[in-house]
Ligand binder design. Structure first.
Ligand code: ADP
Ligand code: ASP
Ligand code: MG
Length: 821
């Protein structure tokens, strides 16, 4: 029992009021991290809480490297120099932290202690001071961080102190030191109970043997230190602050789109740790009073994020929860005939990941994590093995943890996904809370990702790259924001990048669309389109789509490359769909070869449901005979407003000002824009057609073709006479001129296609459109007497954005129904 110095009441107060927090190396990697930890300690910890810390950043690894280099120096002189360099770097790192974080007398005090420590290290390196035990050197890492964090808190006016765990935590040396609980408990309580209101920073990872020699609790052992300290004082909660917001469905460094688990129960967490998941040290749960304590795992980087609580939960539904993997596993094959040896394996303290017998071949197998190889080799040297053990490497493990795993849906998927792999063994852990597969192959992250996404991401994901941030781009982005919830029903859709002709804003987590214009200004960087395309397949999505909302030839030329790199395309840009036949065929071939989707229904008639009507007719077995009409909103607007009293040049000027024409109105006047639409439409219904097959009447006199835009705008009135002549000519027969496009199937390989002025009777539907209106008059086998007519606005950013959205909806339903390639 606890000695005389403290009372039962004090012990009870400690148990009721003191909680334990633990910060690992990654939470203390630099000065910024330390400040964040200090803030957490003041805001999220009680005034008397205990804070267990690891060595800052990779200090433990650095120390090990110095020790190794010094040992190496026995047979390689250069190594001593290396050790010196490494020591200098370590000193610089540690003192850098002190200088960054502390000032004045606080800095002076801690720097002085640090100098003393490094003098001792230097003495050791120079052979003047003997430090024979690694644990003693390793202990410095934790000592430095505890000392520094407490000084930082004190400097901030908080009552704090640090405790070297070797002053209370006593253990007997063993591969896994055996803790002497009572004396340790007594010493700790004596140290802290009288100081209610002080935050104590305790070194993790280290303890001492009864003689006072330093011992370590194993790599990453501070999680264990934290629960150990927690159980010594009988705390109700231990919070383990990591760089992850809890325990996830898989290692987030290897697997995309992991989910954080709100709850794990003891058996699940213990099994996860036993299987070597780095998120929790295997011994973390050993000391825990499971009825009393809860362990919270949460993020020190993003405090507000979710956390995982590990405790006693009556989790009703069995469910596969965490996928965990080891890339290197060693098998020991033991002859079953050697019963004594088999028994020794069975009795070994270090339990294997999994073991099994193959009775026919008279073999027992024991699978161990590669990290335990040294221990096993050492152990086997002491055991009488004769030739009855064979060590086998080249194996890996993948496992899924969850209570009563065998009953779960997730197990079925796991088994199915691994059945095609080189499976050596698949079975359940002794307590049935994990299914473990040993593979006779290297493990790659792709396999892990695939299994994970099959098990956990029922919703597939789509990353969207928006190319072009002009009128249509902006309109679509605001439409997307409005419809986001609905769009996300089928798949997890995120905008991963916005691009204009010179700059790119890329964020694989999904760009934040609130004030996206400002963010674009600040965050977008110059880029190279071809480089971007080859980089995109790394985006962690099941599917990717590029929205081409430009009018750019350069972007259109890259379509094959987009397809070949796995992207689908939705275009409002006509350039690819209306490119020359050879180029068009190449785009289509690559698209088919890579099984990508390509939608461009807004390129003709903007948002009008033209494509739906045509597809529907064709699917019914009807045959399209001809389509004619006014395909251009600009031309519609110009001609519906034109008459004998109006100057055509004034109309063109006004159209440009109002954004109704292309920036260079000559694109419209040469009919290029209409020809593109005609080509797209004809190809859409399966006709072979190229530019030279189309009979085109340009409205632009040749002498105005090659001058600057500015000059052209000045010389616009040169159009007026001929346009007035045209109007007068039409009027002679009571008609008006209109710019019509038409194509008709003549026989199987001939298509008559024309774009140009035609005279239309004044009462005709085509002569009485609302300016800007498009009209498509469709004759088919079945609509042969009376055509099917679709008319409405054929341009405008809102309707076009809506059309793009309609294409995206089609893509989504296509993809979400499509099995994985
Ligand atoms: P500490 O800061 O305590 O030293 P570690 O870096 O040792 O923490 O361990 C946490 C790391 O474990 C995380 O950064 C994460 O990459 C990894 N990890 C592996 N599997 C998981 C998992 N299932 N859930 C959360 N983290 C995991
Ligand atoms: N600093 C020790 C290590 O790196 C202990 C820990 O991080 O938990 O292994
Ligand atoms: Mg660690």
């Amino acid at each position: 029992m606890v000695g005389t110095k403290i009372t039962e009441e004090q012990i009870q107060t400690v148990a009721d009021q003191v909680q334990v927090h633990k910060f690992g190396g990654s939470s203390l990697a630099d000065a910024y991290c330390y400040r964040r930890v200090a803030r957490i300690v003041t805001e999220y910890a009680g005034a008397s809480d205990l804070v267990v810390v690891s060595a800052a950043g990779d200090t433990t690894n650095r120390i090990l490297a110095i020790i190794d280099a010094k040992e190496e120096a026995a047979h390689d002189e250069d190594s001593l120099g290396i050790a010196q360099v490494l020591l200098n770097q370590l000193k610089k790192y540690q003192q850098g932290l002190i200088n960054d974080l502390l000032s004045g007398k606080h800095q002076e005090r801690i720097l002085e202690l640090s100098e003393q420590d490094f003098d001792r290290w230097q003495g050791w390196l120079d052979g003047e001071e003997e430090i024979t035990r690694r644990p003693e050197l390793l202990s410095y890492g934790e000592l430095w961080s505890a000392r520094l964090l407490s000084a930082l808190l004190i400097q901030q006016g908080i009552t704090a102190d640090y405790i070297d765990a070797r002053t209370f935590l006593v253990a007997d040396d063993a591969p896994e030191p055996f803790i002497r609980v009572e004396p340790s408990r007594e010493a700790l309580l004596e140290r802290i109970a009288p100081h209610h209101g002080t935050r104590f920073i305790v070194t993790g990872f280290i303890c001492r043997d009864p003689e006072g020699n330093s011992l370590i609790l194993g790599r990453n052992g501070s999680d264990y230190s934290a629960t150990l300290v927690g159980s010594l004082i009988d705390a109700k909660q231990v919070t383990i602050w990591k760089d992850v917001a809890g325990v996830y469905s898989a290692d987030p460094r290897k697997v995309e789109r992991v989910v954080s688990l709100p709850i794990l129960d003891w058996q699940e967490a213990e099994e996860l740790a036993r299987l070597g998941s780095p998120v929790l040290h295997p011994r973390t749960f050993q000391p825990v009073n499971r009825e009393r304590m809860v362990i919270a795992v949460r993020s020190s980087l993003k405090v507000e994020n979710q956390q995982t609580r590990i405790g006693q939960y009556d989790d009703t539904e069995p469910r596969g929860k965490v996928l965990t993997a080891l890339s290197e596993v060693v098998l020991f094959r033991v002859d079953l005939s050697d019963a004594k040896l088999v028994q020794q394996f069975e009795d070994l303290d270090l339990t294997p990941l999994i073991s099994w017998n193959e009775v026919k071949q008279q073999h027992a197998y024991y699978a161990y994590h590669q990290n335990h190889l040294d221990f096993m080799t050492h152990w086997l040297e002491q055991v009488d093995v004769h030739d009855h053990v064979t060590q086998m490497s080249g194996y890996s493990m993948i496992a899924m943890v969850g209570n009563r795993i065998q009953e779960t849906e997730e197990y079925q998927v796991f088994k199915r996904e691994l059945s095609e792999q080189n499976l050596r063994r698949l079975s359940f852990s002794p307590d049935a809370n994990a299914v473990i597969a040993i593979l006779e192959q290297k493990l790659d992250n792709r396999l892990l990702n695939r299994v994970h996404s099959q098990i956990f991401n029922y919703r597939r994901s789509l990353g969207v790259l928006v190319v072009g941030r002009g009128n249509i781009g902006s309109a679509w982005l605001s439409l997307y924001r409005r419809l986001r919830e609905r769009i996300n029903e089928q798949m997890d859709v995120r905008i991963i990048g916005i691009v204009n002709s010179t700059r790119l804003w890329l964020d694989y987590n999904g760009v934040e669309l609130t004030d996206w214009e400002d963010s674009f200004e600040q965050l977008a960087k110059p880029y190279e389109m071809s480089q971007l395309i080859t980089e995109l397949p790394n985006a962690p999505y099941d599917e990717l789509v590029m929205l081409d909302l430009t009018d750019s030839i350069e972007v259109a030329q890259q379509y094959p490359s987009f397809f070949a790199n796995g992207l689908h395309i939705i275009s409002a840009n006509k350039r690819a769909g209306a490119s020359g036949e050879a180029q068009y065929n190449e785009i289509r071939t690559i698209q088919r070869e890579y099984k990508r989707e390509w939608y461009y229904n807004t390129t003709v008639g903007a948002g009008l449901p033209l494509n739906y009507a045509l597809n529907d007719l064709r699917n019914q077995g009807d045959e399209i005979r001809s389509i004619s009409g006014i395909f251009s909103g600009t031309m519609s607007w110009l001609f519906e407003n034109f008459n004998a009293d109006v100057k055509f040049s004034d109309l063109v000027r006004e159209a440009k000002v109002r954004g109704l024409s292309e920036p260079d109105p000559r694109e419209d006047l040469t009919c290029q824009d209409i020809v593109r639409k005609l080509l797209i439409l004809a190809r859409e219904i399966g006709l072979k057609l190229d530019w030279q097959d189309i009979d085109i009447d340009s409205l632009l006199p040749e002498h105005l073709e090659d001058i600057s835009l500015e000059e052209f705008m000045q010389r616009l009135p040169e159009l007026d006479d001929s346009m007035q002549d045209l109007y007068a000519d039409a009027q002679k027969t009571g008609k008006v001129p209109r710019l019509l496009a038409s194509f008709a199937r003549q026989d199987d390989d001939y298509v008559r296609a024309r774009v140009g002025i035609e005279y239309i009777p004044e009462g005709d539907m085509l002569a009485n459109l609302i300016p800007g209106e498009n009209i498509f008059v469709i004759y088919t086998d079945w609509y042969s007497e009376m055509p099917l007519v679709i008319s409405g606005p054929g341009a405008g950013k809102e309707v076009t954005a809506g059309g793009v959205q309609s294409d995206l909806n089609q893509l989504l339903s296509r993809l979400s129904n499509r099995a994985d390639d």
